[in-house]
Design a protein around this ligand. Structure first.
Ligand SMILES: Nc1ncnc2c1ncn2[C@@H]1O[C@H](COP(=O)(O)OP(=O)(O)OP(=O)(O)O)[C@@H](O)[C@H]1O
Length: 738
């Protein structure tokens, strides 16, 4: 493609579809440097799509695009980047930061110096009549937000201004100021492209491009077009062209344009409305006695009260205005390899903005800090605890042995059981009566101690082959076996109680010595098994939760497009989001471990630093999974559903709630695929076994979780892709089959 140095933008035979629906068709476009250009056309004709192609956000299916002679994004950090000032159709603002923070954020992205930022900020305040800088953007009115959005686009004095419907929501006075500002900057060599529904507004442009169904039907200077088509207004020109193109959407365009053409516009009548700007609606006319169109189509304010506010006053436009005359670029160039300095600045700016947003939004802050704490307390309180005060019946028929020995072993056995805290005993005289209470659900079971127990038990200990002693010392257990956990605990406590009874006679009932333990302790609680998995899982789930919707809104409202237009890479955006959350993730992990250790006595026998590292790494995996979800979701509910779809299987399959050995053998490979399984195993090893990093399961687990993090990070970068290609599966399929 031959590059013309006079042109800011060249498009040749550009085509672009969304799926199989063609939106831009064989489009050719040349835009001269230092001119104002208006893209005019009905809603849905492809104006925004065309702008996104120029910005490099959308990759054309075919054809060539050059911006200042270069293909957008052909090399890193070149075009358009800070050369462009882009205001998307939507306001694309971060609602929970102030106007000052918003402008500062974009100034950092553009590498603007402090002085330059302050200077431009003051000009934007005056030009756009911005509200006080400390106002939170979310609290602004629609028109105020629009002005902030325009301020962002113009702040860094870009060489190319791409403004998608810049005047929507602005009052007539401001509209005038903005249009005149655009005329002035174009006089200094800045190229301006605006889209508009208000066809007559395009009259201020040097060149108008009339678009319909993805094609440019006509283009030229407004006056030339009006003469060529012998039409009174541009709107009439457009109507004629559309009719010729077998317009079907004509009515739609007119109804969209709520603005009426004064009948005598451009006539030499003496009527007061004579010089009204044609895109001003009838309702607004009353406020506009002060606005006139001069012979050069400049909009001016002709009311003494407004004089102090005139555009020239505000912007101090004359040959002495250093800003408009300045030739040297405002943006400091970055000569570092791979533009590391700029990328680092981008990451820091996004991270700072994210952190401000989190800290300012109390609900999010609460969610990030207190909700995990609350959850871990709930988990520890309600799951995995040792049962206490389980209702149990006792029928103690033991008569004991009279003096001088005075043994009441039945009562001793009950006392041993009682000391465990597991039982809350109900005493009954008969077994039938006790069983009836089990059947009524009052108790879980009955322990029946036979009447000769005190006599027969020592004999049985002395001679295990004595069958009559065995029969007379058998303690009978009647149980409701529907609760497996309680059954296990009761049987375990009975065994312990009998061991204690045996030790009274210096006889060990259980010849197996369980201590010293290789790892852990024989008195370990079930909660200790659960706790490491819970800590990991909560960090993982919360990290998904806080990031899963991060980009969805930004995608919908165009804020991401604006960042991409300014050459902020997806990698920088994702790293910035990480950065914003890291501090809170670390605090969160610390709180969870403190509660585990101090609040619930969960042991940490290994290196606390490694435990913390794994919890944080696990949080990173959750964050990158959340960002991936955010990247592929079109709306928030989709992101929330996907997050839940990831969380629950992880909770169930990661071995957090139940040992992996309990899973049917043919399905055991599934948990091994999940990072949460390895994180839980590593945390258990470190906390309960007290092993070091060199323990195979630990370092392997670290490597697997790290690999997951890196893999998901890259996938999320891909999902958020800065340049959207048209994936047409139908075409792909047909190509393959041909
Ligand atoms: N992401 C997308 N996926 C599918 N179709 C899309 C997408 N974005 C836009 N379109 C479709 O492409 C066509 C052109 O859209 P575009 O936003 O470029 O129009 P426009 O001229 O800017 O409209 P408006 O003036 O209302 O903003 C429309 O039919 C629109 O529905």
């Amino acid at each position: 493609m031959e590059v013309n140095s006079e042109l800011a933008i060249q498009l040749i035979n550009v085509n672009r579809s969304y799926g199989s629906s063609k939106v831009i068709e064989n489009l050719n476009l040349n835009i001269k440097k230092g001119t104002i250009n208006a893209l005019v056309g009905a809603s849905g004709c492809g104006k925004t799509t065309l702008l996104k192609i120029i910005l490099g956000r959308l990759v054309p299916d075919s054809g060539e695009v050059r911006v200042f002679g270069m293909e957008p994004y052909s090399s890193v950090l070149t075009v358009p980047g800070s050369l462009v000032g882009y205001a998307p159709q939507e306001n694309a603002l971060y609602t929970d930061i102030t106007i000052e923070e918003t402008l500062q954020f974009f100034a950092t992205l553009h590498n603007m110096s402090k002085e330059h930022f302050q200077e431009r900020k003051q000009q934007m305040i005056k030009l756009l009549d911005l509200p006080p800088m400390n106002r939170i953007v979310g609290s602004l009115s629609g028109g105020q937000k629009r002005r902030v959005s325009l301020a962002i686009a113009l702040l860094h004095s870009p060489k190319l201004c791409i403004l998608d419907e810049p005047t929507v929501g602005l009052d007539p006075l401001l509209r005038t100021l903005v249009i005149n500002h655009l005329k002035d900057i174009s006089a200094t060599g800045v190229t301006v492209i605006i889209t508009t529904h208000y066809i007559e507004e395009a009259r201020v442009a040097d060149k108008v491009f009339l678009m319909r169904n993805g094609k440019i039907l006509e283009n030229g200077e407004p006056e030339y077009l009006i003469q060529k088509y012998d039409a009174p207004t541009l709107e009439d020109v457009f109507l004629q062209i559309c009719r010729a193109d077998e317009s079907k959407t004509l009515d739609l365009i007119i109804s969209k344009s709520n603005y009426t053409q004064p009948t005598n516009y451009n006539n030499n009548s003496n009527n007061n409305n004579n010089n009204l700007p044609p895109y001003v609606s009838q309702e607004e006319n009353s406020d506009l006695s002060s606005i006139i169109l001069d012979s050069n189509n400049n909009l001016n304010i002709n009311n003494e009260n407004s004089l102090n506010n005139t555009y020239n006053d505000i912007m101090n436009i004359d040959e002495h205005n250093p800003l408009l005359m300045e030739e040297k670029p405002y943006i400091k160039s970055d000569k570092s390899p791979f533009h590391v300095v700029t990328k680092t600045k981008h990451i820091l700016a996004i991270g700072k903005r994210k952190l401000i947003q989190i800290l300012r939004n109390k609900i999010v802050l609460f969610f990030e800090l207190f909700s995990p704490t609350f959850q871990i307390v709930l988990y520890f309180l309600f799951i995995g605890g040792t049962p206490k005060q389980v209702g149990f019946g006792v029928v103690n028929q033991d008569l004991g042995i009279g003096p001088p020995v005075n043994l009441y072993l039945g009562a001793d056995l009950i006392a041993n059981l009682q000391s465990s805290g597991l039982f809350q005993f109900h005493y009954y005289n008969s077994t039938a009566e006790a069983i009836a209470q089990v059947k009524l659900g009052v108790t879980w079971g009955v322990i029946e101690i036979p009447e000769n127990f005190s006599m027969a038990w020592p004999e049985r200990l002395n001679d295990p082959t004595d069958s009559s002693a065995e029969a007379e010392s058998n303690v009978q257990l009647y149980m409701d076996f529907t609760n497996f956990q309680i059954t296990q605990f009761v049987q375990q406590e009975l065994q312990t109680a009998f061991e204690q009874l045996g030790s009274k006679f210096n006889i060990s009932m259980n010849p197996v010595e369980v201590e010293p333990a290789i790892f852990g302790s024989a008195t370990a609680k079930f909660l200790w098994f659960l706790a490491p998995g819970f800590v990991g899982l909560i960090t993982f789930a919360h990290s998904i939760g806080i990031t899963a919707v991060s980009f969805v809104r930004e995608k919908i409202d165009g804020s991401l497009d604006r960042l991409f237009a300014y050459n902020v890479s997806t990698g920088s955006i994702i790293m910035g989001h990480f950065l914003g959350h890291i501090a809170l993730l670390c605090v969160q992990a610390g709180i969870l471990l403190l509660i585990s250790i101090l609040g619930f006595g969960i042991p940490i026998r290994g290196d606390v630093g490694l435990v913390l590292l794994m919890v944080i790494l696990n949080g990173f995996v959750g964050m990158s999974l959340g960002l991936l979800i955010s990247g592929i979701s079109k709306i928030e509910t989709e992101a929330i559903q996907l997050s839940l779809a990831c969380y629950f299987p992880t909770l169930i399959m990661s071995g957090t709630l139940w040992p992996l050995q309990g899973i049917p053998i043919q399905f055991r490979w599934i948990p091994n695929l999940l990072p949460a399984t390895h994180a839980a195993a590593v945390l258990r090893d470190l906390m309960l076994k007290g092993v070091s990093f060199t323990y195979p399961e630990v370092y392997q687990g670290f490597l697997i979780v790290l690999a997951w993090f890196i893999g998901l990070f890259f996938l999320s970068t891909f999902a958020l892709k800065e340049r959207e290609k048209n994936f047409n599966f139908k075409k792909l399929f047909l190509k393959k089959n041909n």
